[in-house]
Write a protein that binds this ligand. Structure first.
Ligand SMILES: [Cu+2]
Length: 290
């Protein structure tokens, strides 16, 4: 059982929202308690919108669009380097030179426009894991041609459900995903509950060599059949343990994304009570204790 290497300094309550890696099995649309999205931003009197709370732990995209119901961003995939381990640069494939890629942060019903450029020297395509959107926008190589090196594609969709989701490559996934092509998505409810803070933890594992580079990939064997398990646990792109100090009595909402290729484990939080309030299907009718 692996544990996310974060510990709390004081007794607090954590409200947990999760998005689990189950790509390929996500046949059912996310049901449950998410808000029903409209077409987002259409006509009528201007809405007065409460600003979305910051989601700590991830760098968010810069929103290039003034319309509060449109999130418009630029996304570039390319080879980059990232300090997974202190003082060492690991060559990775990254979105906007970040590991994980920037947080896509929206409100249920928002229109999302992503201007994507592939600066890799191989094709790639993006899957928006858990979002109920058109196949034409969802990165399935069966339906959507991969974006070739040097080419661009504009993803344009409305986010119909609130929840914690993620985006990732859907091309040569065993290798491209392991090398770093993933990021988190947070879609807030229309009337979202308020907390002392909101945080996101994007968890991954990666197999590094002694000189902190991504280990070579096998073409056969369990790594291919089962997905490869790494030797270094990552939280938000960092392989070093990190302690969080939270004031006693604080009530925080934590969102956890599992972007592991294969690794399965239990999750423990020390020093706080944890209630699971939602999954990638949205808010639960009743929270339960972790
Ligand atoms: Cu997926």
């Amino acid at each position: 059982m692996a544990r996310i290497p974060h510990a709390l300094a004081a007794r607090s309550l954590i409200a947990l929202s999760t998005a689990l890696a189950a790509c390929g099995d996500d046949t059912a649309p996310a049901g449950g308690a998410g808000g029903a999205g409209g077409e987002g931003g259409a006509g009528g009197a201007p809405e007065v919108l409460e600003p979305l709370p910051d989601v700590l732990g991830a760098l968010a995209f810069e929103d290039l669009n003034d319309d509060p119901r449109v999130v418009e961003v630029e996304l570039v995939a390319r080879q980059s380097s990232w300090a997974i381990v202190d003082g060492e640069q690991t060559t990775v494939l990254a979105y906007n030179d970040q590991l994980p890629g920037p947080l896509l942060h929206a409100r249920v019903g928002d229109q999302v426009i992503v201007h994507f450029t592939n600066e890799l020297d191989e094709p790639t395509v993006i899957h928006w894991h858990g979002l109920r959107i058109s196949d034409q926008m969802d990165g399935s190589p069966m339906i959507q041609d991969p974006v070739q090196p040097g080419e661009t594609f504009t993803y344009d969709f409305v986010v119909p459900d609130a929840g914690t989701f993620w985006y990732h490559t859907h091309f040569e996934q065993i290798e491209q995903l392991e090398r770093g092509l993933y990021g988190a998505i947070v879609v807030h409810e229309d009337a979202f509950p308020h907390f002392s803070a909101e945080r996101i933890f994007v968890a991954d594992d990666i197999r590094l060599t002694e000189d902190n580079q991504v280990a070579a990939f096998n073409n056969s064997g369990p790594d291919v059949g089962m997905g490869r398990v790494g030797n270094t646990l990552l939280v938000n792109g960092r392989g070093e343990p990190n302690e969080l100090a939270i004031p006693s009595g604080a009530i925080e909402r934590w969102r956890v994304v599992s972007s592991h290729n294969s690794l399965a484990y239990g999750l423990q939080v020390e020093g706080a009570d944890v209630r699971v309030i939602s999954t990638d299907g949205g808010l639960l009718p009743e929270p339960f204790e972790l």
